[in-house]
Design a protein around this ligand. Structure first.
Ligand code: AQP
Length: 360
């Protein structure tokens, strides 16, 4: 079967970039049939994780972590992740993530991590105090993906490099430990199947929403860690806040609204967002016909309404879920049980391949 794995860090509140770049794609994956090369429907297992171990790679406040973890899980449900079709769980409820990350740390060259753009960008903000965890974050992400033998990983464009790294780590692990007679013997002795332990995952990056940019600077990505809340639309912002943020967002002095003009990144960004929040799919031409001739002053209320209309039902469902904490905890428990079962099996295979003593 295909296995889909993805996650968002519970740091602060989730924004339109997380939703359009990641969570909404997960919902599509969950609800649409997937086909193999012969056009046959293939069974898919979905794992969606609140990656709280990643959230501590930047300075965090312990009193907020629990709330943002539950809030993220509730947003997954509110956005349409269905626990009868997908496993929803919290990363730290599955100890194998940390353990596999350590094993992979020991076989990954430093040079591979030093090339990671996200580390360079985030480390700049922290100076001398930057933690080792931020440096090795992509290895924990590789462990997240590899534990479930994931074949498909729906993410935003900014995660493409980390996915490539995961594929490199998979190949390195399989080359180092899963070849030849000693490997087969170890597997036989431990009673586990002797096949390469890991599969190479593919990044699934949809064009729409792949890169949502900041409202205050159309050339940098919308991000939770931007100190200015005005730079992003949070999925839980109320209608007035959304309208105010759009009213104040950066624009330019050129007449009309146009797509893909490199000198007008803000126009492209707002058109991308407008297109992504339409109730039914519309072409670029259709959208430009509607709004291309507008002034910024005319376009802003139109896009603000479209965002509010899209987010309101998600927010309503979110508050329903949050009002029933027992049900949410039960969903997370069932998700963690299912995830632990798969993850522990992979971890055992990994340890056998690496030659560890396995207790009888
Ligand atoms: N601006 C974005 N546009 C499209 N997709 C985005 N994602 C994040 N920002 C955008 C996607 O959201 C998923 C989860 O991201 P994450 O929680 O791991 O955090 P991140 O990628 O580091 O981005 P954030 O949420 O803005 O946090 P900070 O401020 O820490 O960088 C991923 O699939 C990501 O592609």
């Amino acid at each position: 079967p295909e296995r889909v794995l993805s996650g968002v860090q519970p740091t602060g509140s989730l924004h339109l970039g997380n939703y359009l770049g990641a969570i909404r794609q997960w919902v599509d994956f969950q609800n649409e049939d997937q086909f193999n090369d012969d056009g046959e429907v293939v069974p898919v297992e979905n794992f969606f994780c609140v990656v709280d171990l990643h959230a501590i790679t930047m300075p965090h406040d312990p009193k907020d972590l629990q709330e943002s973890t539950l809030s993220s899980a509730a947003l997954y449900l509110a956005a349409g992740i269905d626990p009868t079709k997908s496993k929803i769980f919290v990363q730290s409820h599955v100890p194998a993530h940390s353990e596999l990350a350590w094993l992979l740390n020991c076989i990954t060259p430093m040079g591979w991590l030093e090339r990671m753009i996200q580390f360079k960008e985030k480390a700049k903000k922290q100076g001398e105090s930057v933690g080792v965890g931020l440096f090795s974050y992509p290895i924990l992400m590789a462990a997240d993906i590899m534990l479930y033998q994931s074949t498909k990983v729906p993410v935003g464009e900014d995660q493409r490099q980390h996915l490539e790294l995961t594929r490199d780590i998979v190949r390195r692990f399989n080359d180092l430990f899963c070849k030849g007679n000693p490997y087969k013997k170890r597997c036989k002795a431990a009673g586990v199947p002797s096949r390469p332990v890991f599969v190479e995952p593919d990044a699934i990056i949809l064009k729409e929403g792949a890169r949502v940019m900041s409202l205050t600077d159309g050339s940098s990505k919308m991000s939770k860690s931007d100190p200015s809340d005005a730079s992003r639309i949070n999925v839980l912002d109320d209608p007035k806040t959304i309208r105010d943020k759009i009213k104040r967002c950066k624009t330019d002095a050129i007449p009309g609204i146009e797509w893909d003009n490199p000198d007008r990144p803000e126009a492209t960004n707002l058109l991308n967002i407008y297109s992504a929040v339409q109730p039914t799919k519309r072409t670029k031409e259709e959208i430009l016909k509607e709004v291309g001739e507008m002034t910024w002053g005319e376009f802003k209320p139109v896009i603000a309404d479209a965002i509010v209309n899209h987010l309101t039902p998600i927010q309503d469902r979110y508050y329903e879920v949050r009002n029933d904490p027992d049900a949410l905890n039960e969903i997370l428990k069932q998700g963690a049980d299912a995830a632990n079962e798969v993850a522990e099996r992979t971890l055992l295979n990994t340890k056998v391949a690496m030659g560890f003593n396995i207790p009888p």
